[in-house]
Design a protein around this ligand. Structure first.
Ligand SMILES: *Cc1c(COP(=O)(O)O)cnc(C)c1O
Length: 388
């Protein structure tokens, strides 16, 4: 008997699919190839200077050095409510309808602990950010994958969800603008979700962390803009992608107060909230004129045009995404996502993520992240052209 056996719940974590790709990456690098990594969804652009400056000032103030309030600084929650009013004309009570998170991933992972009993079903649109599924499994729940397919523009067909699953479901995770497919949703879809969740008494959980990274003048809506949404659901947001603050760990959940109170109860027994200085810097970000966001969107849009334009010239069928910094590219007919990613790495030194890593319905696609400078993307497209 070995001395240590990890908990059985860790065996719920799916086998790591990309060992072969990681090994290949090392092999290609060792050959001296200059690898272009379009794998990671982490902005290369720095946090805007005014946010960093506010942090520097706040961190020097001893008043920020003590335990934060677990639900977040009132001032931060008020800034979130102001931002929601300005951006979406949605009214939130900062005391009961806003909860500060240590990044949105933290809140998403803890939510099932606050909602699910063992055996409960959670509906998860798939392909997806893996946390919805893993959070569900860690809480003893059963994820039910609702497939996102190109024929339906990567929106779930709610009528295809079997009533037997819907009746047992407690949470419905969905995410627009979407990672990994870059699909967007309009208010009409959100209205259908409100109706569906009301009928089956399911808590709607919208992950809106890419709502600000949009192009060509498009402004993604909030789920909470739909009348009645607050009665059935919550929305997650994050400063990570909007302000290039992934390392800072700051996000928020807003909406239904009963659900947020339950999540807050879990959190108050696990973490002690976000460092006050980080929240003060977050207020500066949310209250700013958002020029930094517009500037970064222009940069991502230019990169998108380089990649999509270049791929089209090479004969790939790909539509320019309206939001997110991802391009969801169909693999050539008969080539699996793992095979295609391996080929791109071997023959072009370009790293992409095989779609199957986001769940089985992601097969047939790879995800490219626009998180490297334009010149590198031009080089990546050039190398793809030479692959044949
Ligand atoms: C990046 C990402 C997150 C995590 O955001 P954090 O606030 O940094 O934890 C959540 N959901 C999706 C879909 C993401 O892509």
């Amino acid at each position: 008997m070995p001395f240590f056996q990890p908990a059985q719940r860790l065996s719920l974590i799916p086998p790591y699919l990309f060992k072969a790709i990681d090994d290949k990456k090392e092999e290609v690098r060792a050959r001296g190839v200059d690898i272009i990594d379009l794998g990671v969804g982490d902005p290369d652009l720095p946090t805007p200077g005014f946010i960093v400056a506010r942090m520097q000032e706040a961190v020097a103030d001893p008043a920020t050095h003590r335990y934060p309030m677990y639900s977040g600084l009132s001032r931060f929650r008020e800034a979130v409510a102001r931002w929601y009013r300005r951006r979406y004309e949605v009214e939130l009570d900062p005391e009961t309808e806003v909860l500060t998170l240590i990044g949105c991933k933290e809140g998403l992972a803890h939510l099932p602990l606050a909602v699910n009993n063992p055996g409960d079903v959670n509906l998860v649109t798939t392909p997806a950010y893996p946390v919805y599924r893993m959070g569900t499994l860690f809480a003893g729940g059963n994820p039910y994958a609702v497939p996102l397919v190109p024929e339906n523009r990567f929106l779930p067909d709610l009528r295809q969800i079997p009533p037997i699953e819907a009746r047992d479901a407690k949470l419905f995770f969905f995410n627009y603008p979407n990672n990994p497919t870059a699909a967007t949703a309009d208010l009409d879809f959100f209205r259908q979700v409100v109706e569906f969740c009301r009928e089956y008494r399911i808590v709607a959980v919208h992950d809106a962390c890419y709502s600000e990274l949009a192009f060509d003048g498009y402004r993604p809506p909030s789920f909470l803009e739909v009348p009645g949404a607050k009665e059935v659901g919550i929305e997650f947001h994050s400063l990570s992608k909007t302000y290039s603050m992934t390392g800072w760990r700051l996000g928020m959940a807003v909406g239904n107060r009963e659900v947020l109170a339950a999540l807050g109860k879990i959190k108050s027994n696990i973490d002690s909230g976000v460092f006050d200085a980080i929240q003060l810097a977050g207020i500066a970000a949310l209250d700013s004129d958002q020029e930094s966001v517009r500037e970064y969107c222009r940069i991502y849009q230019e990169r998108r045009d380089v990649v999509v334009g270049g791929l089209k010239k090479l004969g790939y069928q790909v539509e320019p995404p309206r939001a997110t910094f991802y391009v969801w590219l169909a693999t050539p007919p008969g080539v699996s996502s793992l095979e295609f990613a391996t080929r791109l790495l071997e023959q072009a030194g370009v790293v992409v993520v095989p779609g199957v890593g986001f769940g089985p319905p992601g097969e047939g696609f790879v995800r490219l992240a626009l998180t490297v400078p334009k010149e590198r993307l031009e080089e990546a497209v050039h190398r793809l052209g030479k692959m044949g």
